[in-house]
Write a protein that binds this ligand. Structure first.
Ligand code: ZN
Length: 148
């Protein structure tokens, strides 16, 4: 295994074992729930938006290592960012994990730890579940988000 792959694997395991921003956010907040039936991943994203900025974010749920690590990395990546920047980040992240864009086309920071998912098509939904759920929370949808 290359050093980079090893590092990425360590980042994923670290965030899986010690998820960041894990828990429920107090009011006022937006929230959305997501489910990936293929793998059984469930996630809830809580969000406080101040004007155009993501002031605070938290998540809870249960799922595989990829979905949990992805949710944890996502909360770190979007906290403090503008809603427009978050949407751009999501589309670039999705391009990276689906293989639409070469890895490294954009600097995605720690999110690049999930780049290997592009070689595991069934895992793409695990990696994007939290992001789809975040999107729903931003749009203030109450319905359950499903990857199917
Ligand atoms: Zn999963």
């Amino acid at each position: 295994m290359s050093d980079l792959k090893q590092l990425y694997q360590e980042v994923i395991l670290d965030h899986y074992r010690k998820p960041r921003n894990f828990g429920v956010l107090g009011a006022p907040r937006c929230e959305a729930a997501g489910h990936n039936p293929l793998c059984g991943d469930r996630v809830k994203v809580f969000l406080r938006v101040d004007g155009e900025r993501v002031e605070d974010i938290a998540f809870e749920g249960a799922g595989c290592a990829i979905s949990t690590a992805s949710a944890s990395l996502m909360t770190e990546a979007v906290k403090g960012k503008s809603v427009a920047d978050v949407k751009t980040l999501f589309s670039r992240f999705r391009d990276m994990v689906t293989g639409n864009e070469v890895v490294g086309a954009y600097d995605l920071g720690k999110l690049e730890a999930l780049a290997g998912v592009r070689d595991l098509p069934v895992r793409v939904k695990c990696a994007t579940l939290a992001w789809h759920t975040l999107q729903a929370a931003l749009d203030d949808q109450d319905e359950l988000v499903t990857t199917e």
